[in-house]
Write a protein that binds this ligand. Structure first.
Ligand code: ADP
Ligand code: GLC
Length: 470
């Protein structure tokens, strides 16, 4: 079985968030004697593309309405990854020092068309086309409706929704950018009067998955306007929980860490990482360290952080460290909090892969008060590194974290995203930290939880097989 994943992100090549982690791991765990799982992604101007060399295996032009853009398909000269990656290089549109911008319609449409044009030249077509998020959301429609892709009609395609908040909509005035199709079916592109790539993919893909079972349920009630569509298409939708790449996220071998450790050595290993963080960020290693890593956006509840942190720091003898970037107002408010709580609060505004690993290892608690969390990988990384997650019970967080009040529970959960519920959760964490015996027992317990990709990668293969026999 030859599976093609098509995605805007893939770790370690280009990462903005969890989509990259998933697309950078799932193919690795799908590959086997009878399965070849490969990735097609855009060629960006970033550290990875600067540090590696590439060979061009195909050259052509991609047509977008009245415009024609030259493009190449590139492969890596050497093979630093466990799966094949093909890069769509459209210098004028994709080769930028960012993944996303505020005007991406043409960029990702050209990426999708160039991808399909190139696949048409293959001697043997792929068995499965697996699209990720709205950046690849017009592919199921084009496979089904565009005249030039008629040869692909029988190839099963699947959409995975990593985040339904972002849908990639654009005006019908741009419909001419899509390769000619039977205009009677233009409604398959539409949602709410716009062309909506995510909605179109939900309608046209043979099957749709989301990244956790709870998120699938939640989407029927709240999906940024797509709830009726998801309710209507519910029969072809499944929630498959993401895994984590245990080879990358392993405290015993993680080369980013200050000190490596196992369950047996977690106390000293985590302490060495904490001590580095505290030295770097001027915090007291004796106090419990609460951390947040992620995008500073409404979905993550980060607009409440300035007030939550202020109240928690006034009430409790703790330290807080934040790593993230996003909403400029939140960033400014967090910067303003630094002098007020010098020596107890610090923030690194930006993206830093290595630092994130050290924080998972060195923090005592990881905060995730998300309003929306389709799956969330951070809590699973925290568990593996022996850091106790404090989460709002929603989406994938609900599916992966059990409150300490429950039998065998190991995390701290709250139901609502309010300043008072988050600070109460921090109070409960402080209480747990004071009981070091219990804290350490939980630390050992969580490091043993298995969130590896093995099970979910197999679930996807079973799903593909069920489509092939349709
Ligand atoms: P989302 O994809 O919604 O941002 P996930 O929890 O699925 O959330 O995944 C986030 C991924 O991005 C994790 O690998 C996390 O460690 C990483 N990450 C997020 N923000 C940063 C940052 N500022 N620096 C380093 N890594 C980050
Ligand atoms: C999205 C979601 C996140 C999920 C990730 C990977 O970015 O916001 O919850 O873990 O995709 O599927």
């Amino acid at each position: 079985m030859n599976i093609i994943h098509i995605s805007a992100e893939c770790y370690p090549i280009a990462k903005v968030g969890g989509l990259a982690d998933v697309v950078g791991a799932l193919p690795k765990y799908q590959n086997g004697p009878k399965i070849r799982s490969q990735v097609i992604m855009p060629f960006y101007d970033n550290a990875f593309t600067k540090e590696n060399t590439f060979a061009s295996i195909y050259q052509s032009n991609v047509t977008l309405g009245d415009h024609t853009y030259p493009f190449n398909v590139l492969v890596l000269d050497k093979k630093p990854l466990d799966f094949d990656v093909f890069f769509i290089d459209i210098p004028e549109l994709l080769f930028k020092n960012y993944v996303y911008s505020s005007s991406d319609t043409e960029r990702f449409l050209a990426f999708q068309i160039a991808t399909l044009d190139w696949l048409l030249t293959w001697d043997i077509y792929p068995d499965i086309i697996h699209c990720h998020d709205h950046h690849t959301g017009l592919i199921p429609f084009m496979l089904q409706e565009s005249y030039k892709y008629e040869a692909f009609r029988k190839i099963p395609n699947i959409l995975t929704i990593h985040n339904a908040q972002y849908q990639g909509w654009f005006s019908h005035e741009k419909v001419g950018l899509i390769p000619p199709f039977n205009f009677d079916h233009v409604g398959l592109l539409d949602w709410g009067g716009n062309i909506n790539p995510l909605a179109s993919a939900i309608k046209c893909a043979w099957t749709v998955t989301t990244v956790s079972p709870s998120y699938m349920e939640e989407l029927k009630k709240e999906a940024n306007g797509l709830e009726h569509l998801l309710s209507a298409e519910y029969k072809k939708c499944t929630g498959i929980l993401n895994g984590i790449d245990n080879a990358v996220w392993n405290p015993e071998t993680d080369t980013y860490l200050i000190d490596n450790y196992t369950i047996k050595t977690v106390v000293s290993g985590a302490a060495a990482n904490k001590s580095y963080l505290c030295k770097t960020f001027n915090l007291d290693p004796k106090k419990p360290l609460f951390a947040f890593i992620g995008r500073l956006v409404y979905e993550k509840g980060s607009d409440l952080f300035p007030e939550v942190f202020k109240q928690a720091l006034e009430k409790q003898d703790i330290s807080i460290l934040l790593l993230g970037s996003g909403n400029p107002e939140t960033e400014n408010q967090l910067e303003a909090l630094k002098p007020q709580f010098e020596g107890r609060f610090n923030a690194h505004i930006g993206y830093d892969e290595q630092l994130s690993h050290i924080v998972y290892a060195g923090a005592d608690f990881l905060l995730m008060p998300s309003r929306v969390e389709p799956c969330g990988l951070n809590q699973m990384y925290a568990l593996r590194y022996g850091t106790i997650p404090i989460v709002r019970s929603i989406g994938g967080l609900k599916d992966t974290v059990m409150d300490i009040k429950q039998e065998n529970g190991f995390g701290i959960c709250h139901q609502n995203v309010t300043v008072s519920e988050i600070t109460e959760a921090i109070d409960r964490a402080v209480e747990l930290f004071e009981n070091q015996k219990k804290y350490k027992a939980i630390q050992n317990q969580i490091m043993e939880i298995d969130h590896s990709w093995d099970v979910s990668a197999r679930d996807y293969i079973n799903l593909y097989n069920s489509l092939k026999t349709k």
